[in-house]
Ligand binder design. Structure first.
Ligand code: FES
Length: 234
């Protein structure tokens, strides 16, 4: 089948302003969009710039806006897109564009590191390791599958309005450790999220849930965080 891809292009060294360039190709319906982008880059236009690495929805590199929705290019099948008109591909909204589909994620990473995205426990393990019951593990089961793609935070209207807001990805990361029974930094983490730029900026819009390629119910975890904050003696 033939499909047209309308791709956001911007090279700040050459272009006065961004523009869209269309590429029409023969594609198989079962092809993923990342393979199409590779095809364009390798055979039609070597200047097209985008991030990718694992090609298996693991590394989080290929987040982009595809027909208005944030998704991973390596997880998006052409047959799931409306090919009756050009498929619009844009960089993730609200992060500064470096070139074409590549955005500057530094501010996103700053937020992720602000919540200390690692387990803290300086006590010696009781036995060989810190154990959890299946119920305790279930609390964080879904939350730890975040791949840091930034699709959720980029889709959040609260983040569009205030880029100091921690955003859904960082709050999900905070949840993942606050609800991890092995972690000992709970109070400090709760203080970090109980901030003017923390959990209270979430207005339960659910865009993050729709955008998450791992189908994590981020809004629910942020709501649990809010409850934990108000029931904790901070
Ligand atoms: S290339 Fe790794 S998530 Fe898409």
């Amino acid at each position: 089948m033939k499909a047209t891809f309308k791709i956001f292009r911007y090279d700040p060294d050459k272009d006065k302003k961004p523009y869209y360039k269309e590429y029409t190709l023969d594609v198989e319906p079962n092809t993923v969009l990342l393979d199409v982008l590779n095809d364009i880059k390798w055979h039609y236009d070597g200047t097209l710039t985008f991030r990718r690495s694992c090609a298996h929805a693991i590394c989080g590199s290929c987040g982009m806006t595809i027909n208005g929705k944030n998704r991973l290019a390596c997880q998006t099948l052409i047959k799931d897109l409306d090919t009756s008109k050009p498929i619009k591909i844009e960089p993730l909204k609200s992060y500064p564009v470096i070139k074409d589909l590549v955005v500057d994620m530094n501010k996103f990473y700053e937020k992720m590191f602000k919540v200390k995205p690692y387990l803290v426990n300086d006590n010696p393990p009781p036995g060989r390791e810190f154990l959890q019951t299946p119920e305790e593990q279930k609390l964080i089961d879904e939350a730890y599958s975040c791949i840091w793609c930034g699709c959720c935070t980029s889709s959040c209207p609260s983040f569009w309005a205030d880029d100091d807001y921690l955003g859904p990805a960082a709050l999900l990361k905070a949840y993942r450790f606050i609800f991890d029974t092995r972690d000992t930094l709970t109070e400090e983490r709760l203080r970090i999220v109980n901030d003017a730029d923390g959990v209270w900026r979430c207005h339960v819009i659910f865009n993050c849930v729709e955008a998450c390629p791992k189908e994590i119910n981020i809004t629910e975890y942020i709501s649990r965080l809010k409850l934990k904050v108000v029931t904790s003696k901070l």
